[in-house]
Ligand binder design. Structure first.
Ligand code: FAD
Length: 236
């Protein structure tokens, strides 16, 4: 890695001695040692509120029933978000790379991280009407999912019983991160984190170190830009 990079690690695990915590610590240690600036949002430790609700806004437009998406848009224009959302938005603005560290729960991310997506990646802040995917408001930032699974590697192959891991991660990769304009890096996956045993987990931590040391050249998932689609949203 050449230049100094600002990295935000959004971490979603309830246990400080978990393997996910060790992965988060590895990211902080490796990136800091290389001179990068690193911030961590430890969502459980922060007791991060995952529920989208009226109190997320310091003023409301008055439309009833309250439309969360339109209130986000209004709040983005007036900087009228609650303090906890504003603090996370400041970290996102600051970050050039965002790493999401969490276990896979029900083929997705834990609810607390889903709540972070819902509340922090607000309309008018991370995307807006006509400003999504390659036009998204967070374009230029890189995103890396670093996840652990219960299922094994073979189970997550395209012919495996769980189906292709990329298919499983598509809703987050494409529907959240790329939707906001971020460049999505190939994920790091520690399969069967529990079954792997101490040796297997040690190996994962070493492999992850390699990944972190070469983050600037990590393969990007190539998603299609708006230009590839017609006005109805169909592929040309
Ligand atoms: P932990 O249990 O915290 O850690 C595993 C082991 O690593 C522990 O023995 C710990 O002591 C040890 N460890 C900690 N630090 C280190 C270190 N530095 N070096 C070496 N070892 C260390 N899995 C799927 O595949 N698909 C699903 O859809 C899915 N859904 C789930 C839904 C729920 C609600 C839950 C609870 C689990 C689900 N799982 C699923 C399983 C889940 O993904 C795994 O339990 C999780 O990935 C394991 O990671 P962890 O950090 O929680 O492990």
């Amino acid at each position: 890695m050449g230049e100094i990079m600002n990295t935000l690690v959004v971490f979603a695990h309830h246990e400080a001695a978990s393997f996910n915590a060790a992965m988060k610590d590895q990211a902080v240690a490796v990136l800091s040692a290389r001179g990068h600036q690193v911030m961590v949002s430890d969502l459980y430790a922060m007791n991060f509120e995952p529920l989208a609700q009226r109190s997320d806004f310091t003023e409301l437009s008055g439309t009833e029933p309250m439309n969360y998406l339109m209130e986000q848009r209004n709040a983005s224009a007036k900087n009228a978000f609650s303090e906890d959302i504003k603090a996370e938005m400041d970290k996102v603005r600051w970050a050039e790379t965002i790493i999401f560290q969490c276990p896979i729960w029900w083929f997705s991310v834990p609810a607390i991280l889903k709540g972070w997506f819902d509340r922090v990646l607000a309309t008018g802040f991370s995307w807006d009407f006509g400003k999504n995917y390659d036009q998204g408001l967070l374009r230029g930032k890189k995103a890396l999912l670093s996840v652990t699974t219960g299922g094994s590697g073979p189970m997550y192959e395209s012919t495996g019983i769980n189906g292709d891991i990329h298919q499983m991660l598509f809703p987050v990769h494409h529907g959240v991160l790329y939707f906001c304009g971020m460049t999505v890096l190939e994920p790091f996956i520690a399969y069967a984190a529990f079954q792997a045993g101490d040796e297997g987990r040690k190996k994962y931590l070493e492999q992850y170190k390699e990944v972190l040391e070469h983050l600037d050249s990590r393969a990007v998932i190539a998603y299609r830009p708006h230009a590839d689609f017609d006005d109805s949203g169909r592929l040309k």
